[in-house]
Design a protein around this ligand. Sequence first.
Ligand code: ADP
Ligand code: MG
Ligand code: MG
Length: 875
Amino acid sequence: MSQKYVYLFSEGSAKMRDLLGGKGANLAEMTTLGLPVPFGFTVSTEACTRYYTDKMTIADEIIDQIEAALVVTEEKAGKKFGDPSNPFLVSVRSGARASMPGMMDTILNLGLNDDTVVGLAKLTNNERFAFDSYRRFIQMFSDVVMEVEKKKFDEIFEEIKHKNNCKLDTELTAENLKEVVKLYKAMYLKEKGIEFPQNPREQLLEAIKAVFRSWDNPRAIVYRRKNDIPYDWGTAVNVQAMVFGNMGNDCGTGVAFTRDPATGEKRLFGEYLINAQGEDVVAGIRTPQPIDRLKIDMPGVYDQFVKTAQILESHYRDMQDMEYTIQGGKLFMLQTRNGKRTAASALKIACDLVNEGMITEEEALLKIDPKSLDALLHPTFKPAALKAAKDIATGLAASPGAACGRVYFTAEDAVEASGRGEKVILVRLETSPEDIEGMHVSQGILTARGGMTSHAAVVARGMGTCCVAGCGDVRVVEGAKSCTIGGNAVKEGDWISLNGSTGKVYLGAIETMPAEVSGNFATIMGWADKFRTLKVYTNADTPFDAAKAVEFGAEGIGLTRTEHMFFDPDRIPAMREMIVSNTEEERRKALAKLLPMQIEDFKGIYKAMGGRPVTIRFLDPPLHEFLPTDEEDIIALAKDMGITVDDLKATISSLHEFNPMMGHRGCRLAVTYPEIAEMQTRAVIIAAIEVRKETGLDIVPEIMIPLVGEVKELKYVKDIVDATAKKVMEEQGVTFKYEVGTMIEIPRAAITADEIATEAEFFSFGTNDLTQMTFGFSRDDAGKFLGEYYSKKIYESDPFARVDQKGVGKLMEMAATLGRKTRPNLSLGICGEHGGDPSSVEFCHRIGLNYVSCSPFRVPIARLAAAQAAITNKK
Ligand code: ADP
Ligand code: MG
Ligand code: MG
């Protein structure tokens, strides 16, 4: 027997979501539950995939199955497709596995033509209704299937309304609507060069193909990428007998939720529209009534609906979002699904459902999208204020949250303005380490250049500051005190607002409100901690960030970037001095200046972490991040160092690298200049000794050597660490445990992980570098061409945001296995940006890592994602 591609609603169930899509599976489930659902059938997602492999044609065997299902559906309805005396009409509705709201368009009233419309009018004794349905069908079919713009029809419709002095669609008479139909058909002929298709079977096949095609439209592609939905899932098509909400005043159509999707409050929440069809409710043509009005208008129907809603909610054990139509005082259910909701309402509903005894804690955790928690951790715009605002440009949503402030163009001006008590938005071409202080005092950061892993984006996310990066509509000239944003002139001191969660930029000040962490949030996090096995650490470079992370539930620090402590304006000179030193002696002199600062930094972090594990990574950065570029800075540095500007310039140019990301950085610095590792070890150990003394905490420092690709280079640096640590401990007359481990971020380290593990006591996957080195493209440059790769379907998602499990993930898994073969108790973690990405967290759980480490604001997200990973992988 050939494969089954078409399923009657009576043959499916909610479990068959992958095959029937969400809408189809739930229509089948409701049918089986005995709820009033117009009958129909679903053409499966496999038929969609087959359509694409068959070069966009529907195979004959599938057409035969559609035909057979259509005959059964006709018989149930007691009507016939194309029969003028008793015409059968259907809707053609798309439905993918995951709901993709608004992505694909529905066609209603299919089966109407010049003959059946007359038949329908006679049969219902309602000519107005018949022609209203026909004009809707012509417009939808032309728009969705034949790509004749909807607007062209809207114009005709408005003109007829105007000509006949009608304000509402419902005021048009049958005669008016006949004229609309005539003009629509003429428009179709003019646009397509052929008559509007009259054969219902041809209409049906064309509509099904159009749904399949819509899977690949640009809107759908963008939505899928944003929501991690794979292309090969495909969409199903539902063909369903029509019921009519537009037959008169005992008819209507509406949508409703079993709980309030904004707050989570338990009450029926929804709207309906009398004498209307399908999209009218959402299209805003007439103002819909709240569903409570239905109680007055049609009490019987209302009671039945309330009961149905209860049945569905307890059946699905989740808040439902339902669509329904009333025909001649009779209720029909057209859709149900787990309703979309705000983050706050998701938490409330999950807690309430557990309290009501409807679901378990584990099920509650699975209902919350970890990424959505983000919205609760950052300020948001006041909804009313946002409504009145107009966006003027869009960039990358680089760091979430909402902000408003006055525009300043340099870090110094930002600092000064904030000193005067102003709220500041820093606008830069792109940011660099020199801007750190300015970034710190800003409410938000806007850059014209740079991607999701640009300096501005990474640093802003770390600070939890709102950032819109790479906004091409910003024209800003270095040194100028004004710019244009989306064509609007903006000068220093002007107010703008940013939404780092959407990438939108607004003119003027939109009031914000602070993040609210409610009781439900804490409850959910408590449950998450109960079920997860992965630990959640944080990436933090300052005591402030560390303390914030602990507040959000971090159990340790997986990464402290020691170089980030030197971005500070009063520290950067010493750091620069160290980098441009020509002799060991000069370098030691500069390092001696850095030592006390570093000790203080580490002490602050140890204290903030209260004895929790702290992993400190030794100096790593590509040097160009620190080299002075401003003439002013160069002159000052030369003076500090007592050398001539020309000599300094010569050194700087000798340090120039063609590819700094793969240049003299990471442990290569310690191999060439062991005194750097010595100083850093000294700082780590002395800080630990002092904090141990002051607090009595058992501090066990973990020293992490970056960018290792060969066990011998790790051993070389580790020997320096061990010798220095021994010396310092002897000097101070103490001994305690510390650990030395490494980053796995060079493919060769992953491949030779069994060797590396002979020296390393722990591994931490540096997946930012591991990704760029595995793919062979730089994260700073990839933004320029990755767009093309997405649109050409070579890559589906950003490998810097989501671990590429096939390639990079394989290296990680290999390194984990090899490493533990050498050292069974090897501790494994991840400290790349991926550590806070839910799908990557799930992957880390599966390959047996001990912890994930992410920026403070993503800690709650990782905690929930880790719990979900533990729960789903247990099943
Ligand atoms: P979406 O996925 O955009 O919600 P749907 O397929 O649910 O699209 O269709 C949108 C609306 O069209 C439904 O809410 C319903 O009002 C109307 N509709 C769809 N199928 C039918 C039908 N068989 N009878 C009457 N109305 C229908
Ligand atoms: Mg719908
Ligand atoms: Mg790295």
